[in-house]
Write a new protein. Structure first.
Length: 72
């Protein structure tokens, strides 16, 4: 259980290895072992609006599919 993947894109991805190495150190230091050894950090090619689009999609999906889920 827990977080398996961390995806960075947009301006965070442009920070490069400086930010990535700091993040890896923080995960090793502050996350519970053995969970801190199983997290995969991925740098994506998505733009800065990808998170907002994903959140909007999730809201719309829940709104339009809520009736179908309740019927089953």
């Amino acid at each position: 259980m827990g977080v398996k993947n961390i995806l960075f894109s947009g301006k965070l991805a442009l920070a490069g290895n400086i930010f990535l190495e700091t993040l890896k150190r923080a995960i090793r230091q502050y996350c519970v072992y053995p969970l801190n050894t199983q997290i995969e950090i991925v740098v994506g090619g998505l733009d800065e609006w990808a998170g907002a689009r994903g959140a909007a999609y999730s809201v719309l999906e829940n709104y339009f599919c809520a009736g179908e889920i309740e019927k089953t």
